[in-house]
Design a protein around this ligand. Structure first.
Ligand SMILES: [Zn+2]
Length: 281
């Protein structure tokens, strides 16, 4: 890191301090981001709200408001207060896919207990000729990752033969994720144009994030979506951004401060993230 020494006006300095106080961002970061934007340089930062471990423990109340999220990224995934659906952040807009299958463009300040966003600037732009399953797509996307130790944002656009998603149903704060995830309506879409918004997180980040790929789907007409469970398609455009900078914003709620976050959340997460057969608890 280099040090910058320069003179700025007093009112700029006051504004800078006020922004830092309001958002909790350091002055270094605000100046770096502003400079990067002015100089048209991409900042490859993954900005995360809360941890997957807190989610597993049932901490579903608002950590930040959705409008603040857009200050840190235009692309990402997450959930809403009380796990009310799946969040898709795409091209600077926030969408809520609810358990009744509806998709809403969130304009007002809706709270989120967990979200991961980036300013999407692709390092790679490729085409996948054919992905016959989600597993197939994941291994094809692996070719565009040059390390198992960084984070990656992955955007896949195109015509999908099949998409299978789920959307979490709003639940009570405090109900553990594994129980909340037992009731999650699933949806099937055929011959549909849309985008997969994905984050790949390294194995070592599993107490904070969801290790491996995590995709949410949104249709081109913004009427269908959800957390991706299965897919297939041809001639898919895949764009990948490598992320070597990680910013974690932790909640300061009483509930978070007192939660026991010493457990390994990966088993409960694996259960919550996959498709459930009827009768599963
Ligand atoms: Zn998800």
């Amino acid at each position: 890191m280099a040090k910058l020494n320069c003179e700025i006006s007093e009112h700029l300095q006051v504004a800078l301090r006020e922004r830092s106080k309001a958002t909790g961002e350091s002055i270094d970061r605000i100046v770096s981001n502003a400079l990067a934007r002015a100089l048209e340089m991409p900042v490859h930062t993954l900005f995360q709200i809360s941890t997957s471990g807190a989610l597993v423990e049932g901490i579903y109340e608002k950590a930040v408001s959705s409008s603040l999220l857009l200050n840190y990224g235009d692309f990402g995934i997450g959930t809403f207060d009380n796990l009310d659906g799946e969040m898709v952040v795409l091209d600077g807009a926030i969408y809520q896919v609810r358990s009744n299958g509806t998709v809403t463009n969130i304009q007002d300040d809706t709270g989120t207990p967990f979200a991961v966003v980036v300013r999407f600037v692709a390092d790679q732009d490729e085409t996948i000729a054919k992905a016959s399953s989600f597993e197939d797509l994941r291994s094809l996307c692996d070719k565009y990752r040059d390390s198992a130790n960084l984070f990656y944002a992955v955007r896949v656009d195109g015509h999908f033969d099949h998409i299978h998603t789920r959307a979490m149903k709003a639940t009570l704060d405090g109900l553990p994720l594994a129980q909340a995830a037992a009731i999650q309506p699933e949806f099937d879409f055929h011959d549909i144009d849309g985008t997969l918004v994905g984050i790949w997180a390294p194995e070592y980040s599993r107490s904070l994030n969801i290790a491996g790929y995590h995709f949410h789907f949104l249709s081109d007409d913004r009427t269908q979506g959800g957390h991706l469970l299965e897919c297939s398609g041809k001639n898919l455009r895949v764009r990948v951004e490598r992320l070597a900078d990680f910013h974690l914003s932790l909640p300061e709620s009483e509930e978070f401060l007192r939660a026991d976050l010493t457990k390994d959340p990966s088993k409960d997460l694996a259960y919550a993230e996959q498709a459930h057969k009827k009768g599963d608890a």
